[in-house]
Design a protein around this ligand. Sequence first.
Ligand SMILES: CCCCC/C=C/CC(=O)SCCNC(=O)CCNC(=O)[C@H](O)C(C)(C)COP(=O)(O)OP(=O)(O)OC[C@H]1O[C@@H](n2cnc3c(N)ncnc32)[C@H](O)[C@@H]1OP(=O)(O)O
Length: 328
Amino acid sequence: ALFSHATEGPCNTPKPGVFDLINKAKWDAWNALGSLPKETARQNYVDLVSGLSSSSDSSSQVKPEADRKQPGYETLVVTSEDSITKIMMNRPAKKNAMTTQMYNEIMLALKAASKDDSAITVLTGNGDYYSSGNDLSNFTDIPPEGIEEKAKSSAILLRDFVDCFIDFPKPLIAVVNGPAVGISVTILGLFDTVYASNRATFHTPFSHLGQSPEGCSSYTFPKIMGPAKAAEMLIFGKKLTAAEACAQGLVTEVFPDSTFQKEVWTRLKAYSKLPPNAMRISKQVIRNREKEKLHAINAEESRVLQERWLSDECTNAVMNFLTRKAKL
Ligand SMILES: CCCCC/C=C/CC(=O)SCCNC(=O)CCNC(=O)[C@H](O)C(C)(C)COP(=O)(O)OP(=O)(O)OC[C@H]1O[C@@H](n2cnc3c(N)ncnc32)[C@H](O)[C@@H]1OP(=O)(O)O
C-alpha cells in the first residue's frame, strides 16, 4: 500500500471483486491511506523496509542448537523446531552404539514427542554413523543375580523399546546419515519414511553374532522386500547399500551425501506444515490394523533373543568383539 501510494498517490483503481482476495486486501490497505501526502508515504515505506531488514538481521541470531536442546538427555540431543521434534543419537565416538541408557532415553523422547505440539518426529544420528546397533558392552554389565537375569531384563527392555515404535502416533521419519547396523536397521520397518544418505549401509549380522532378528523385522522385512531378500539380510547378514535398500523398499529415497541434510530438512519442513491431525489419522488408518500382530511378534522375537543371549554362539561373538578379535 505504501509503495503504491508513494509512487501513484491516493488509491485510484476500481475495487477488486469479493473473491479476488489478494488484490482486494492490497486495494483495502492502499485505500485506507486516504489522502496521505506522497512524500509521507515514501518515508513510511522506507522506515518500514529498514525495520524489516534490521529484524531479519536479528533473526540470523537464531539460538544455537545447544541452547534449543531439551534438557535431561545424556545420550541424545532432542530439539523441537518448525513443528519437527528431532531425536539425534549422540555418541559419535562410539558410532552411536545403543547403551541401556540410550534405549531408555529414546523411549522417553518418543513418549514426550507423542504429546508435544510437533507434527512429525525424526530419528537420526550425530557423526559418521547412523548407529552401530546394540552396544555390545551392554552384555558385560551382569547383575549379582547372574546372566539369566541379565538376559531377562534385556528382553524386557527390548520389548518395551520396540513397543514404543509400534505405538508411536505421529509420522516417524528416519534420517539415516551413515551406516546402520543391527537394531537401528530392524526398527526401520516401523517407520513411516526412511531417507538415506548414499553413504549409508544397512547391515543385520545376527547369525554372525549368534543372535536372531528383532524390531519386528522377522515380519516387516519379508513383507517389505519379499521372503528371499529378507532371508539374505536377516539369516545371512548381507549388507545392503542405500541404493539396494531403496530398490527393496526399506528406504524411501536416497540423497547424495553432499546435499543430504539440506535436501532432507527442506522436504521435512514442508511436510511439517501439513495439517497435523490429518497426518496422524492417516498414519492410524495405515498402521492400526497391524498393531496387535506387531506387539505379538515383538514379544516372540524378544523371548527367542533372551535364549540366544545365553548361547555359546552369542557369548563367543560378543567376547571376540570386546577383546578386539572381531569387527563386522
Ligand atoms: C536391551 C538389549 C537390546 C538388544 C537388541 C539387539 C540388537 C542386535 C544388534 O544391534 S546386533 C549389532 C551389534 N553391533 C555390532 O556388532 C557392531 C560392532 N561394531 C563394529 O563392528 C565396528 O565398531 C564398526 C564396524 C561398527 C565400526 O568400525 P570402525 O573401525 O569404523 O570403528 P571402531 O570399531 O573403531 O569404533 C569406534 C569405537 O566405537 C566402539 N563401538 C562401535 N560400535 C560398537 C558397538 N555396537 N558396541 C560397542 N562398542 C562399539 C568401538 O569399540 C570403538 O571404541 P573404542 O574407540 O573405545 O575402541
